[in-house]
Design a protein around this ligand. Structure first.
Ligand code: SF4
Ligand code: SF4
Length: 431
C-alpha cells in the first residue's frame, strides 16, 4: 500500500464524516406512485428520442426513449405502469428538462424475481459495449453515459483503471456502503471494464478511513479473477474525489492515462451486463441534520426526493436548505424534483450546516484563491463576469473551473462564486 496522497494546492478540510448506521443493509425505497423520468442526463445531456406515445402501458425496464448519439442516453421505465405524459419539469439546480411521467400499474417483471446471470465472459468487447449503450448506464460522478466514456478518445490505451471509492464531503458514504454490500459485483464491474479498456493496472483509490478489511476483501476477489490491483490511500480533503483531481494526485507521470469509475457505476454496469437490467435504480444517500433517520436507499429513477425524505422519517425541524449531491457543489432543490441517474445524495441541511450568512461586498481577503484546487483567481473571474466582461474571465481560466464549490464555501462575504461561474459557462448572466 502506498502512503496517503493528495492534490497539490487548494481545497478545503472537511469535518469528520457523518456516520449513519453503517451495519444496516441498504433498503429498497418504496416505489413511487408516479415516476418522473428525465429524458436527458447530467448538466449538458441531450434528450433521448421518445419511442412511446402517451397512454402506452410499460413494463419495468422497458425502453421509453432511445439515445441518439453522444450525450444522449436511452431511458427505461423504472416501474410498471402507464406513460401518462411527456412533458417538461424543473430539475435540481432549476434547469427545466423533458420528462416522461409513468403512473404505477400492472405487475412486476424485475422486483422480487430471481435475477438471471448471463455468461458475459464469452461476449466480445463490442457486444458488451452494445449492452451498456442499450441499458443506458450512466456514471453519476461524470454525468455521462458509460458507453460515451468507454468509447470517446480511445485511440490511446488506458494505463490505469481507477476505482474511485473516495467521498470527500461530510455526508456521503454511499460508495463505501456499496462496496460493503456488493463487493463481488463491484469486482465484476471492474472485470467488465478491464475487458473493454485493457488497462495495464487497476488502482483502488480510497480515503484513510476506508475499512482495511473491506479493501483486502476487494483486492482478494480481484486477484482471484486474475486482476492484479493495488490500493492507494488519499487524505480526506475536499474535492479529492473529483476525477480530475484524483488523476492529478495519482500522478500522470507515474501512471499515465487513467479512467476513473466509482463503485456505484461499476455495480450498475454489472447489473446491465450480468443481469440484463437497465439503469432504473440509483443508490442515494438521504441525510443532513434536518432528516430524522439518514440512510442510503436504493431508489427508482423518477422518485420525487420528498418521498425519500418521508421514508427516512421526514424532517426533524424545518430545513434551512435542501441540496442534491453535496453541500459544496450540490444544487438547491425542492421536494418535487425527481431522482435522476446522476443523483447521489439528497441533503436537508440544518441552518448550522449551510455556512449561509448575509452577502457582503468582496473584502479581497484571498480566501477563495487559497481554496481553489485549479490555481484560479475566483475573485478576479467573478469581477470580470459581474462587469459583463466574460471574455476576460475566460482568458484567465473560467473554463478550467471544475465547479467544486471550494471558493464559495471559503468566501467570507458569501458571494455565490460557483453559481456565477456555472451560469457564465452556460452563457447565462448571474452575478
Ligand atoms: S469552483 Fe472553480 S474557481 Fe471555485 S475553487 Fe472550484 S475550481 Fe476554483
Ligand atoms: S473569498 Fe470572497 S471576499 Fe475574499 S477575495 Fe474571494 S470573493 Fe472576495
Amino acid at each position: 500500500m502506498k502512503s496517503a496522497k493528495s492534490f497539490s494546492r487548494g481545497g478545503i478540510v472537511v469535518p469528520y464524516p457523518v456516520h449513519h448506521g453503517s451495519q444496516s443493509p441498504i433498503d429498497n425505497a418504496f416505489l413511487p406512485l408516479n415516476a418522473y423520468v428525465a429524458l436527458a442526463q447530467g448538466e449538458n445531456g441531450q434528450d433521448a428520442r421518445v419511442v412511446l406515445t402517451e397512454g402506452t402501458e410499460v413494463r419495468e425496464g422497458q425502453l421509453i426513449a432511445r439515445g441518439s448519439g453522444r450525450g444522449s442516453v436511452s431511458v427505461h421505465s423504472p416501474i410498471p405502469g402507464i406513460v401518462r405524459r411527456i412533458t417538461r419539469m424543473r430539475m435540481h439546480g432549476g434547469q427545466e428538462r423533458g420528462v416522461a411521467v409513468v403512473s404505477l400499474a400492472g405487475s412486476f417483471s424485475i422486483l422480487g424475481k430471481r435475477q438471471e446471470r448471463y455468461l458475459w465472459k464469452s461476449l466480445n468487447k463490442n457486444d458488451i459495449l452494445h449492452i451498456i449503450q442499450e441499458k443506458g448506464v450512466v456514471s453519476a460522478a461524470h454525468g455521462q453515459s458509460l458507453y460515451d466514456l468507454f468509447t470517446e478518445n480511445r485511440e490511446a490505451p488506458v494505463d490505469a483503471l481507477v476505482v474511485n471509492m473516495l467521498e470527500m464531503d461530510s455526508y456521503r458514504r454511499t460508495e463505501a456502503e456499496i462496496c460493503r454490500i456488493r463487493c463481488a459485483d463491484v469486482a465484476d464491474g471492474v472485470a467488465i471494464s478491464a475487458k473493454i479498456m485493457q488497462p495495464a493496472r487497476v488502482i483502488l483509490a480510497m480515503d484513510t478511513d476506508f475499512s482495511e478489511a473491506l479493501a483486502q476483501e476487494l483486492l482478494h476477489i480481484l486477484h482471484e479473477a486474475s486482476l492484479e490491483s493495488e490500493i492507494m490511500r488519499f487524505k480526506r480533503r475536499y474535492p479529492q474525489d473529483m476525477p480530475a483531481l484524483l488523476m492529478r494526485a495519482i500522478g500522470k507521470r507515474s501512471v499515465g492515462t487513467c479512467m476513473v469509475l466509482e463503485p456505484s457505476a461499476l455495480v450498475t454496469l454489472h447489473d446491465a451486463v450480468v443481469a440484463n437490467k437497465a439503469h432504473i435504480e440509483q443508490y442515494v444517500y438521504v441525510g443532513g441534520r434536518a432528516v430524522k433517520h439518514p440512510a442510503v436507499l436504493k431508489a427508482r429513477i423518477g422518485t420525487p426526493i420528498g418521498d425519500l425524505i418521508e421514508e427516512c422519517g421526514g424532517f426533524v425541524g424545518p430545513p434551512a436548505k435542501i441540496v442534491v449531491n453535496g453541500p459544496y457543489s450540490g444544487q438547491a432543490a425542492d421536494l418535487d424534483v425527481p431522482v435522476t441517474r446522476t443523483t447521489r445524495a439528497i441533503l436537508a441541511l440544518h441552518a448550522e450546516e449551510t455556512n449561509d450568512a448575509p452577502r457582503r461586498a468582496c473584502v479581497r481577503c484571498g480566501a477563495c484563491r487559497s481554496a481553489c484546487p485549479e490555481n484560479l483567481d475566483p475573485h478576479l473571474i467573478y469581477k470580470y463576469i459581474a462587469a459583463g466582461r466574460t471574455d476576460e474571465a475566460v482568458a484567465i481560466g473560467l473554463n478550467a473551473c471544475i465547479e467544486c464549490g471550494s471558493c464559495a464555501w471559503a468566501c467570507w462575504s458569501r458571494i455565490p462564486l460557483t453559481e456565477c461561474f456555472s451560469a457564465a459557462k452556460k452563457g447565462d448572466s448571474h452575478a
